[in-house]
Design a protein around this ligand. Structure first.
Ligand code: ADP
Ligand code: MN
Length: 325
């Protein structure tokens, strides 16, 4: 149960519209959204479980209802089963205005998350979009790597040790197919400067690449249409934190250290279980932004998005190779 007074603006988005909120703990993202995005999450969880692993955890929907008892009443509706959804539709109670989706905040569990939003596709709007909006988006596409590579850097934020360097939507629009690698270099510079070993930095990039390949393989086996969806890449921007996660903790006790007694081990394990927070992680990569996405049986592969994923993979491949030079 959430109360609207417990929500606050999410200040850490890499791109997109205003209006994204988070809760007091910072573990949730509350994004005003469309029924189509809710449907997409629910259908993915039901029918595309492997692709579902590449989405932030979907906690349900939240309706910003009319004021009751003098205050906004907000409740996370339990994730609806298809049956429940059918019933809802049957009773004409389709969720329309004031609906938000509640997702796992992919930036929690990091000390200083670096965030990259890669918007996929050369066509950026669904069929049926009003002509003026379609023309505007077509213009952006032909002028950017959206048109040539089926992806563009929609935004990023990078921890510089003291504050965040913000790269807004205009930053990513200036690249062409030849120099968009500069954007990847800027985003992943923290892997080189953090003091990680070459193989550790490569390992992170290889796992990010593997996740993106997994997303592509899912889409090659399925039939879907996704307009304006993104790959969101997050990694630890705090050099010391990253170092610690990647093995800064000695794996074997040093010679001058006594091995812990059984009691000490038990106590340490109990403390770990009591820990409420999830352990820190080095990185995460997920797909987001499904306001104009749907599974599309009978319509074939989503070449628009698949080509974009392939080109993102190619960029990461080049970056991984650079560590060998
Ligand atoms: P839109 O682009 O329509 O405003 P998005 O779903 O792309 O909506 O969200 C906007 C921004 O919010 C993203 O660029 C990302 O930085 C952030 N964001 C969205 N979902 C999450 C999430 N689950 N965890 C962390 N950040 C998120
Ligand atoms: Mn977006």
């Amino acid at each position: 149960q959430l109360d609207s007074s417990q929500l606050k603006a999410f200040e850490n988005a890499a791109a997109g519209h205003d209006g994204v909120q988070t809760d007091e703990s910072g573990e949730l993202i509350i994004k005003p959204s469309t029924q189509q995005e809710v449907d997409f999450y629910q259908q993915t969880l039901a029918d595309q479980p492997v692709f579902g692993e590449l989405l932030p955890t979907f906690m349900g929907t939240l309706s910003l209802g009319a004021p009751m008892h003098g205050k906004d009443d907000i409740a996370i509706e339990a994730e609806l089963t298809q049956d429940e959804k059918d019933t809802k539709l049957l009773h004409g109670k389709k969720i329309t205005t004031g609906t938000a989706i509640v997702l796992e905040n992919l930036e929690s569990n990091f000390k200083h998350p670096n965030v990259l939003d890669l918007k996929l596709g050369a066509q950026l709007y669904a069929p049926g979009t009003p002509a003026d909006k379609a023309e505007r988006l077509d213009k952006v596409s032909v002028e950017t790597t959206s048109g040539s590579l089926n992806f563009r850097i929609a935004g990023m934020k990078v921890w510089n040790g003291n504050s965040y360097d913000i790269y807004d939507k205009f930053y990513g629009r200036k690249f062409d197919a030849k120099n968009v690698s500069d954007g990847f270099n800027a985003f992943f510079a923290g892997l080189t400067s953090s003091g990680l070993r070459k193989d550790e930095a490569q390992g992170i990039l290889e796992t990010i690449l593997a996740d993106i390949t997994k997303a592509r393989h899912c889409l090659e086996k399925a039939e879907s249409r996704m307009y304006g969806a993104s790959v969101l890449v997050v990694y630890e921007g705090d050099p010391d934190a990253l170092d610690t996660i990647m093995g800064g903790v000695p794996k074997t006790p040093r010679a001058d250290e006594k091995a812990p007694t059984v009691g000490e081990v038990k106590r340490a394990e109990a403390e770990e279980e009591d820990e409420e927070d999830d352990p820190p992680i080095a990185f995460t990569v997920k797909m987001i932004d499904f306001a104009h996405a749907r599974w599309a049986p009978g319509e074939g592969q989503d070449e628009n998005v698949i080509k974009g994923l392939k080109n993102v993979e190619a960029q990461l491949d080049v970056l991984i190779g650079k560590f060998d030079e």
